[in-house]
Write a protein that binds this ligand. Structure first.
Ligand code: DC
Length: 202
């Protein structure tokens, strides 16, 4: 079965938690596409060359989850040649047999507009900053400022800006706990799989 679940949204909205749970529930492969951009940002040197020569080992670095790595990723992600170098890999991953979940910023809009399910997972900047602050500590106002700065860059860039696809289902997690958000996503995917099966195998 070729079946893609595209999950987009801003930082710390809950995309990762939902994506992992959906992938596990349906036995789909999962790709956190933010990790690709984080690895490019962390590699240093010319970001285009870094993207063109990315290896699985680059994705295993243990410093990719920091706030600094997120900001660096957001900066290299505005470069069209960086995005272009990462596109084919993501597209192949999305359409692999057996089903795939990809989370990022442009999955439903650019990487896989034909995805069978598109979710846009969001929450208020304050709620997202609070969640991130619980993980990283420090000054919460500074974490909020970084979240707002990263949103502005990810939404404001010319190439593949963060936005909900016209046919995406929006899940606002501001007032949802993770079980409720996961439950909502799983029932949407379940319904789409049933519809896909009713239309015959591909
Ligand atoms: O999801 P994340 O926080 O790990 O993403 C880090 C940055 O990478 C994000 O601020 C913008 C960029 N990114 C992107 O431009 N497109 C994607 N599909 C995923 C991430």
């Amino acid at each position: 079965m070729i079946f893609t679940v595209a999950i987009d949204g801003p930082a710390a909205a809950g995309k990762g938690t939902i994506s992992r749970a959906v992938a596990q529930r349906f036995g789909f492969a999962h790709l956190d596409t933010g990790l690709l951009y984080r690895a490019v940002g962390a590699k240093g040197g010319d970001p285009v060359v870094a993207a063109q020569t990315l290896t699985p080992a680059d994705l295993m670095r243990d410093d990719l989850r920091s706030m600094a790595a997120g900001q660096a990723a957001s900066r290299v992600a505005v470069i069209p040649a960086v995005r272009a170098a990462l596109t084919d890999f993501q597209r192949r991953f999305a359409r692999q047999p057996g089903g795939a979940v990809l989370d990022g910023r442009d999955i439903g809009t650019v990487i896989c507009p034909e995805a069978e399910v598109k979710l846009y997972v969001t929450a208020s900047p304050e709620v997202r900053a609070h969640r991130r602050w619980l993980e990283v500590g420090g000054d919460e106002a500074r974490v909020l400022a970084e979240v707002i700065e990263r949103d502005a860059r990810d939404m404001g860039r010319d190439d593949a800006p963060l936005r909900a696809a016209a046919d995406a289902v929006v899940i606002d997690t501001s007032a949802l706990d993770s079980d409720a958000a996961i439950g909502r996503a799983i029932s949407i995917v379940q319904a789409a799989i049933a519809m896909d099966r009713a239309h015959g195998p591909r």
